[in-house]
Every structure is written in C-alpha cells, then in structure tokens.
Design a protein around this ligand. Structure first.
Ligand SMILES: [Mg+2]
Length: 270
C-alpha cells in the first residue's frame, strides 16, 4: 500500500500542479503507466512519487497510457499517486487536461484531427474483425479506437491486413492487447502534438515506457527511458535509438535512474 503523497485533500487544486506553466518546468516527465510509472516495488514507487510532489514547482507530469481517463481519475483520487498536469490516454486517441471536478476534460482543438481520422469507424472495425481468431473485444466503448484482448497462441495475423484495408492502424502490445487506431495516431504523435501546443522545449522532456505501444513516443527523438522490465520486442525495435536510456532498474525506479542519468535536476536527487 502506497501512502498518500500529497498533503492536500484528493482532487484539491494544490495537488494537481505547481503554479508555473508547464512550459517553464525544468523537467516534464511524460510516462506510460502500467509497468512504468506504476511498475517497481512499493518503496520505489513511493520514493519517485514523493520526489515529484516535493518538486512540483519544477517538475511537470503527463501520463501517456492505453488506459482511459476514468482509470486515471480513480488512480489519483486518494492522493497516493501524483495527479498529472495533462493526459494522453486511450493509446493516444484522447488528449485531456484536469477539469474543475478533478476529472479530465478532452481538449477539443487537439483531438479534432484524431476524430476526423477515425471517422466513426467503430462499427466497421467490430464487424470486420468479428471472426478473427485470438481477439476478444474489450467491453468498453471507446471514442476513437476499438481494442481487443489478444490470445497470442490463437491470434490470426491476417488481422493486421484487415485493419490496413479499413484505412486504420493496428497495434499489438505486450503480446496481450490489440488496438485499432486512427491512421497515424498513437501515443507518440499525440504527445508531440500536446507538447507543441504547450510550448514545452524538447530538452526538458523525459519520455518513459515499457512495451511496444510506447515505441512511437520513445522514438520521437526526445530524451527517453525504456525501464528495466521492458518487453523484449520493444528493446529490439529501439536498436539504433541511442537517445533512449535502457534502465537497469524496473518501473518507477527505472524512471528515477533516468532522471539521475540525464541530470535534469541538480537538487533533491530522485
Ligand atoms: Mg506499460
């Protein structure tokens, strides 16, 4: 059990972010959740989360995740996990900011192209993939994606061609998930769009991830870390990307290792 990291009540304004615009922060951590920010031991997670809260004036936080915003709201509701300044959720198909009710509101201007590229394709996707082996439709109705749980032993590779014929992108990750996304949309392009809109300088960013659906953001060319427990298929794809630190430590401890290695902050070492 991780103890609360913020001294103010859950959802209170003071726990959301420091008072400075995120573009002025010395570090903006853009991190995947499962296996990355939520990975590592309880003690390692608590250490990183407390360090972030102590340094909110100079550290910005963006979650870049396959999860939906409802999960993030729940995750951060008891103050044990720091609340992000912004989120790129639903594998890059949602770009949102905290709203007054301590939830997250989509930023319509940044999502316009995502919606246009999706073109209300949900029903077409579900019909086209209905009989494909090894795919179980996830029960949630997402706005701009269709997602499946994947059984790798039964998975029929023809699914990739079917999705391409629909004019959409397919993304298999962690040998467990199969996402159908608008063409050209994933974590990386949506994070890039958000950072550009916010005016965050590239050298202030640290991107962190652990599976193949993180590849598009780890490969942006921004300072990045693949945490120690990363999926082998991700590490293989990162060959030649020398800007990506391969951490020895896992999950949250791998992020802390990268913060130290890249030397973002000279005080209060993570
Ligand atoms: Mg992950």
């Amino acid at each position: 059990m991780i103890r609360p990291v913020s001294s103010s009540p859950a959802g209170a304004k003071a726990s959301i972010a420091g008072t400075d615009p995120i573009a002025a922060k010395r570090l903006v951590l853009a991190t995947d959740l499962d296996g990355t920010f939520l990975g590592g031991s309880t003690a390692e997670r608590e250490q990183l989360y407390r360090w972030i809260e102590r340094n909110r004036d100079t550290v910005g936080l963006i979650f870049v995740t396959g999860r939906e915003v409802g999960f993030i709201r729940q995750l951060t509701s008891d103050g044990c996990v720091p609340r992000p300044d912004f989120v790129v959720a639903d594998v890059g198909t949602t770009i949102a900011a905290p709203d007054a009710e301590a939830g997250f509101a989509p930023i319509a201007a940044l999502e316009a192209e995502i919606a246009a590229r999706w073109g209300d394709a949900g029903a077409r996707v579900r019909t086209a993939l209905a009989d494909v082996g090894g795919l179980s439709l996830q029960p949630t109705d997402f706005r701009y994606r269709v997602s499946y749980d994947m059984n790798p032993d039964r998975f029929d590779q023809r699914a990739f061609g079917i999705v391409a014929d629909l004019g959409l992108d397919a993304l298999a990750s962690d040998n467990r998930f199969f996402d159908v996304l608008p063409r050209g949309i994933s974590k990386g392009p949506s994070l890039r769009r958000l950072l550009a809109d916010l005016g965050v300088p590239d050298q202030r960013v640290l991107v962190a991830g652990d599976t193949l659906n993180d590849l598009s953001m780890l490969a942006l060319g921004l300072p990045a870390v693949a945490v120690g427990n990363s999926e082998p298929a991700l590490l293989a794809q990162l060959s030649g990307h020398d800007h990506v630190h391969r951490a020895k430590a896992e999950g949250a401890a791998g992020i802390a290792e990268a913060i130290r290695r890249f030397g973002y902050l000279s005080h209060n070492a993570a």
